[in-house]
Design a protein around this ligand. Structure first.
Ligand code: 6PG
Length: 247
């Protein structure tokens, strides 16, 4: 059963602007309440427009010295590789922002094996969050046409992980080796925002929001925050297969 909020916008630019504004509001509230705003970033193409807006329009709006940035998932490639999620966020936004370098926590990808890198990143997260489960103030997620999210792909053993915070996975896409936060981590976030754009995602979005999909076949449907809120920021093309009362 879909629990969350669906917000539909004409296009990627307008949904990105609205999502950026919401991020700024969540950041301001978190910093007021807890002095810090912890943010988890996904990669892929969709968040580019959001990153660009954060660079261009939010330099002064958000107290960046109080922001901690982590990655929801990472491709197991060098941070200089254009396929790296860290490289995407760095080049589109972080390199031109006042965020202190010590507040930016990329997933390690130059460790001997992805499994060891996952363990190392988990230690970074545990050193920061110091709780049973990390409570990110905001996790940004995308949606694949196959209903994957983060680097949690259909029928992946990572979908049943109940203890580890970070695991190494194999993607059915290049590059195959990935690191990803696990579902319990994502589901303990205070806010989970999905950014979904384009006709290519319409069937996946319909499956997640309107079917009773099996989490193994449709991982994004397993994102059901324990206490937090899920908001879907989508454009009309992605919403084009939703039933009338939703779209
Ligand atoms: C990644 C992302 C992944 C992404 C979806 C959607 O590492 O690729 O974290 O989960 O969010 O694949 O990607 P697009 O935005 O490129 O469609």
């Amino acid at each position: 059963m879909f629990r969350g909020e669906l917000r539909v916008y004409p296009d990627l630019e307008s949904l990105s602007q609205a999502a950026a504004e919401s991020l700024a509001e969540i950041a301001a509230a978190a910093i007021t309440e807890r002095s810090w705003f912890s943010l988890g970033l996904s990669g892929g193409e969709t968040p580019r427009a959001l990153f660009r807006r954060l660079r261009q329009e939010y330099q002064k709006r958000i107290p960046w010295l109080r922001v901690e940035i982590f990655w929801v998932d990472e491709r197991y490639v060098s941070h200089q590789d254009p396929r790296s999620n860290y490289a995407l966020a760095k080049n589109q936004w972080i390199a031109n922002s006042p965020i202190p370098r010590e507040n930016v926590h990329p997933a390690p990808t130059e460790v001997a094996t992805p499994a060891e890198a996952a363990q190392q990143y988990e230690r970074v997260l545990r050193a920061h969050f110091l709780r049973e489960w990390p409570r990110f103030d905001l996790v940004l997620l995308g949606l694949g046409a196959d209903c994957h999210t983060a680097s949690l792909f259909p029928h992946s053993p990572a979908l049943t992980e109940e203890k580890q915070w970070v695991v190494a996975t194999e993607a059915p896409a290049e590059p195959p080796q990935r690191l990803t936060l696990t579902l319990p981590v994502i589901n303990h976030a205070c806010n989970v925002h999905f950014l979904v754009s384009g006709e290519r995602k319409a069937e996946a979005l319909r499956r997640v929001l309107e079917d009773e999909p099996d989490a193994m076949a449709c991982p994004a449907s397993a994102v059901t925050p324990v206490e937090g809120r899920a908001v879907w920021w989508v454009d009309e093309a992605a919403a084009s297969k939703l039933s009338r009362e939703r779209g």
